[in-house]
Design a protein around this ligand. Structure first.
Ligand code: FES
Length: 95
């Protein structure tokens, strides 16, 4: 069996991180709560972030607009509204 260790301090493998992510741990902090990975030297936190960013967390994908059925137009409208809100808060209202 080929084990890829992510956290050598606690012997946590990539497979274990993925399992915790599938169970709902979607941030390095939540992975740490579930497995202690990242709570000693911290050198594995970037690797854990990378695993989560590569689809290790299915719940993160579900929250993306495309995954909940939003059309490209709906997504563009939402992005435009967000840009306008940022502009208003920065005092950049169009004249
Ligand atoms: S390698 Fe994970 S805390 Fe040290």
């Amino acid at each position: 069996m080929n084990r890829v260790y992510v956290c050598s301090c606690f012997g946590i493998t990539e497979k274990q991180v993925r399992e915790h992510a599938e169970a709902g741990a979607c941030t390095p902090r939540q992975i740490a709560s579930a497995s202690k990975a990242g709570t000693d030297c911290g050198s594995c936190v970037r690797s854990i972030q990378s695993i989560l960013g590569r689809g290790g967390c299915p719940r993160r994908e579900l929250s993306a607009p495309a995954a909940v059925g939003a059309t490209a137009v709906e997504t563009a409208v939402a992005q435009a509204a967000a840009v306008q809100a940022v502009g208003r808060s920065a005092g950049l209202e169009a004249a």
